[in-house]
Design a protein around this ligand. Structure first.
Ligand SMILES: [Ca+2]
Ligand SMILES: [Ca+2]
Ligand SMILES: [Ca+2]
Ligand SMILES: [Ca+2]
Length: 294
C-alpha cells in the first residue's frame, strides 16, 4: 500500500474511534443588535468560570428545579394543580441570570426580546418582562452550567432554566409548570410537545440545551418627531404612541403635530407604534382616531 493510503486509512480509523464531541458549551457570547436587528451594537464572550467568579450565582446547589412535560390529557392541558409529569426535567443546579448577562452589553429595554440560541441551532425567545420583571412563579431566567449529578461536566449544559418559587405547587416543589408558563409568558412564547396529532403545552420544551448565544433584539422604538425635541410616548402602555410631542400628555398639540408630520412619520417611525387603526399605514384615519381620543 502507498503511504498516503495507509495514512488515509489511519485517519478513517481515528475518526470512527473518536466518539462524537459532546455539544456541552462553556463559552457564551452575548450580543446586542441595533434597530435593524442585524448590526452588532455590542457583544461580549464569557466562559463559565468568569461567570461564576464575576456575577451572582443562582441556585444553592441543593434545591431541585423542575420543568413540566406534556400532560397527554386533553381535559387538563395546562394542569394548574401541578400533579402530572412534573419531572420531565429535574435538576439541582447553579447558573447565571440572563439579566446579569445581557446587562454586560447594555441590557434590554421594554419591548426588547432576548434570543437564547444553542450551538445546534435551537433557539427560544423571551421578552423584557420575563428577564427583568419575572413573576415569582416563573423566577429568574438563568443559564445553568452546573448540576448535582455531573458538576461542571453536565453534558446538557449550558441549559436555560427558570428558578420558579414553590407558591403554585401543592407539595412545595419548585416547578415551572405549564400553567406557570401560561400565566407568565405571552402566548407567542408558549412551547408545546407534539404527540399523536396533538400539541400539548410543555414548559420543559423551553429549556434549550447547549446554549452558546444570548442575542438582544430591540423592539420598535420611536424617534423624536420634527417640531419637538422629545421622543413620543405611549401614555397608557397599549403599544401605541399617542403623545406625539413627548410632553407626557395627550392633547390637541399632538393631533396637530401628527397631521403636519404625517409623511415624516410614515417614512421614519416604526409604523406599528403610530398606526392606531391597524391597517398597516400611517394615514388620515389615524389622525382622526387621535383627535377622537383628545
Ligand atoms: Ca409552579
Ligand atoms: Ca398608547
Ligand atoms: Ca403630548
Ligand atoms: Ca393607519
Amino acid at each position: 500500500m502507498k503511504p498516503t493510503i495507509v495514512l488515509l486509512l489511519l485517519l478513517l480509523v481515528l475518526i470512527v474511534a473518536v466518539p462524537a464531541a459532546s455539544a456541552q458549551t462553556t463559552n457564551l457570547t452575548v450580543i446586542r443588535y441595533g434597530w435593524d436587528n442585524k448590526t452588532v451594537e455590542e457583544s461580549q464572550t464569557v466562559n463559565v468560570s468568569w461567570m461564576e467568579n464575576n456575577l451572582p450565582v443562582y441556585g444553592d446547589g441543593a434545591t431541585p428545579y423542575l420543568l413540566q412535560g406534556p400532560t397527554l390529557n386533553l381535559t387538563n392541558l395546562w394542569d394548574p394543580a401541578e400533579d402530572t409529569n412534573l419531572d420531565k426535567i429535574n435538576e439541582t443546579l447553579k447558573g447565571t441570570s440572563i439579566r446579569d448577562l445581557v446587562d454586560l452589553v447594555g441590557g434590554m429595554q421594554p419591548g426588547d426580546e432576548v434570543q437564547v440560541r444553542a450551538v445546534d441551532g435551537l433557539k427560544k425567545r423571551l421578552n423584557y418582562t420575563n428577564i427583568y420583571k419575572p413573576q415569582a412563579r416563573q423566577g429568574p431566567a438563568v443559564v445553568a452550567w452546573w448540576n448535582a449529578r455531573n458538576g461542571y461536566a453536565w453534558p446538557e449544559s449550558m441549559r436555560l432554566f427558570f428558578l420558579a418559587d414553590n407558591s403554585t405547587n401543592p407539595q412545595g416543589v419548585h416547578v415551572f409548570g405549564n400553567e406557570d408558563m401560561r400565566q407568565c409568558l405571552a402566548e407567542k412564547y408558549w412551547t408545546y410537545q407534539y404527540d399523536w396529532g396533538i400539541y400539548y403545552p410543555s414548559s420543559a420544551s423551553l429549556s434549550v440545551k447547549y446554549v452558546a448565544y444570548l442575542e438582544i433584539y430591540p423592539g420598535p422604538r420611536a424617534l423624536a418627531v420634527p417640531g419637538s425635541s422629545k421622543v413620543p410616548t405611549d401614555i397608557d402602555g397599549d403599544g401605541l404612541c399617542e403623545d406625539i410631542n413627548g410632553d407626557g400628555v395627550l392633547d390637541f398639540n399632538d393631533v396637530v403635530l401628527y397631521f403636519n408630520q404625517m409623511d415624516w412619520i410614515a417614512d421614519n417611525e416604526p409604523v406599528s407604534l403610530f398606526d392606531y387603526n391597524g391597517n398597516g399605514e400611517i394615514d388620515f384615519n389615524d389622525v382622526i382616531w387621535l383627535f377622537n381620543r383628545v
